[in-house]
Design a protein around this ligand. Sequence first.
Ligand code: SAM
Length: 279
Amino acid sequence: MLCEEYIKIKNSLNYSPHVRFLAFQSYLTSHSLQRQLDGISYNFDDKIVADIGTGLGILPCLLKNRKAEKIIGIDSDMELLSAGSSLMKDNNACFICADGFNMPFKDASFDAVFIRYVFQHVNLSNNFLTEVKRVMKDDGILIIIDIDDELNLFYPDLPKRSENLFKIYSEYQKLKGGDRFISKKLPSFLSANGFRDIKVKPYTTTFFSKKDNDFNFSGLKDAFLLIQNELELVKNDLFREKLIGMAEFHKGLNDYFNFLNSKDDLFVSKTEFVIAGKK
Ligand SMILES: C[S@@+](CC[C@H](N)C(=O)[O-])C[C@H]1O[C@@H](n2cnc3c(N)ncnc32)[C@H](O)[C@@H]1O
């Protein structure tokens, strides 16, 4: 089973921390991604599909039942691609190592292009979208999935030191050219770059109350572990850039963990967006 394979990578010391982090993220978000893919009415039969910034290839893996002729996962990180390709057993999918700003494909190569969780890391003022558009066929469809941290809700309020830590992490991502508040900006960005028929679909993951029968408290714990892993990956950069001291960093994480365990009724909600447009 695919998701178990991702957990094996997450738990294996043969992989570097950033590969293991992405394996964990791929695993934790796979159900929600599958639901979003199932909700896309586009007919992928016999189509040539690209997934730009594919990482470990979770999207090509989950798209395998849609009968595309070919799914190409593109990423600039060879280490991620080689870990991902060990999981990829379908012969209609393959991986190519390339920069999304300068891809080794002819004009009009793809019927459909996916870009998931990449715009939050890529500077919008660069020519990324021009290059994406170049490789799309006329009438081709672009499907973006991304976050907007402005729509993360907590009740009661997050502890101040955790809020501060998350704010610093956003600032750090911005310093590197990214944006954790990106989704709301993408529709106008697509429109300004000549895309049409732009559609926006928000979807929300919400946890409430561990007393609730339907409530999956391990989901909350996993969400914590994910952000903890993400922050652990960049903490030395945060210290080097003097964005936060080591003590404040760990207090912020500890407070968040205690916050998640503190109450029977806790509201935690995160909204992401599927944004589609035609060339
Ligand atoms: C957060 S990961 C998302 C991976 C995957 N799309 C997913 O949903 O799990 C962002 C990915 O974008 C890739 N990436 C960032 N900038 C890129 C670029 N200029 N060209 C190609 N890939 C890029 C990174 O290497 C990384 O694998």
